[in-house]
Design a protein around this ligand. Structure first.
Ligand code: HEC
Length: 181
């Protein structure tokens, strides 16, 4: 799932970010798309602008993307922007996420050392997954969409009791924490 969300993110960042801001956080050149409501009115307005762009007095302020990128890309990008976390949405959870990240580093060391019983590692990973899930469910979006695609949700999806799963989850948390601070 995170691989797919990565592709949506790339699409957005390659085509829309230079005006609407990296990661959909607008720098003021064009509207902040995270705030476009996640409902039918929002969808309608989104697709209208996406198709036709925006022109004033013959000057193109935004190109139309129907022919350039097509419908499938339109909805992939829409999903990306509407699931961006709201500003500060992770703030209340940073300590919890940092604790889990440090715990995962510890688990990675144990996996390498090979001296800890797998059942113990697996139980610890399950505990972290439960907390990540709870946090992920509480991270709000600005669009009103119920689920944010956050560092917590990505780490939750990636995490399992393998060296690879632990490494990926650690990376998502590290990136999320560095962006938030
Ligand atoms: C060259 C700059 C530029 C690029 C690139 C661009 N936009 Fe825009 N976009 C604008 C401007 C300027 C507006 C404001 C137009 C207006 O006043 O309604 C806008 C408005 C919008 C709106 C309406 C937002 C609102 O709150 O009313 C949507 C939706 C939108 N753009 C989507 C996209 C998507 C999706 C992409 C990438 C595929 C994209 N734009 C690429 C400049 C750009």
């Amino acid at each position: 799932m995170w691989a797919r969300s990565g592709a949506r993110r790339t699409r957005y960042n390659q085509n829309c970010a230079r005006c609407h801001g990296l990661e959909a956080v607008s720098g003021g050149l064009a509207p902040d798309l995270r705030y476009l409501e996640a409902n039918l009115d929002g969808d309608e307005w989104y697709i209208e602008r996406y198709r036709h762009g925006y022109t004033v007095n013959g000057v193109t302020k935004m190109p139309g993307y129907d022919e350039l990128l097509g419908q499938k890309a339109a909805w992939a990008i829409r999903t990306y922007v509407e699931t961006r976390p709201d500003d500060g949405a992770l703030d209340d959870f940073l300590d919890q996420l940092a604790t889990i990240r440090d715990g995962l580093k510890n688990i990675a060391e144990k996996l390498v050392a090979g001296t800890t019983a797998y059942a113990d590692i697996s139980a610890k990973v399950d505990t972290y997954k439960t907390v990540l899930r709870e946090v992920a469910n509480q991270v709000s979006t600005a669009s009103g969409a119920p689920a944010a695609d956050s560092a917590a949700s990505r780490a939750y999806t990636a995490l399992d009791a393998s060296a690879e799963g632990v490494a990926k989850a650690t990376e998502f948390l590290t990136v999320g924490l560095s962006v938030a601070q």
